[in-house]
Design a protein. Structure first.
Length: 99
């Protein structure tokens, strides 16, 4: 991708953010809205999970939302090459360990 940057980086934090919100039904059906409000299991609610990571790059922190698969393969303390475009995460290639 044109304009992407590749930098040495260290993963310093991982965070999973779970978001639940009541559906916005407007005034279409007040009975459905009342049911959603009383839905203790929140099965009618909107559910979303964000996977957030923070990298240290040249003594500055950079935060990104990333996919679940990338999130699961990373560990705090990993070092490698971070590729990004603006505020968009592209990839992180971990340095190979010499074990």
């Amino acid at each position: 991708m044109f304009g992407e940057k590749k930098v040495e980086a260290k993963l310093i934090a991982k965070n999973v953010e779970k978001i639940e919100s009541m559906p916005d039904m407007g005034f279409a059906n007040p009975f459905l809205e009342a049911a959603a409000i009383q839905d203790e299991s929140k099965s009618m609610w909107f559910h979303m999970t964000n996977y957030n990571v923070t990298f240290s790059v040249n003594n500055k922190n950079m935060d990104f939302k990333i996919g679940k698969q990338d999130f699961e393969r990373m560990n705090e303390g990993d070092t490698g090459v971070l590729t990004y475009y603006g505020k968009e995460y592209i990839s992180f290639e971990k340095n190979k360990s010499l074990k």
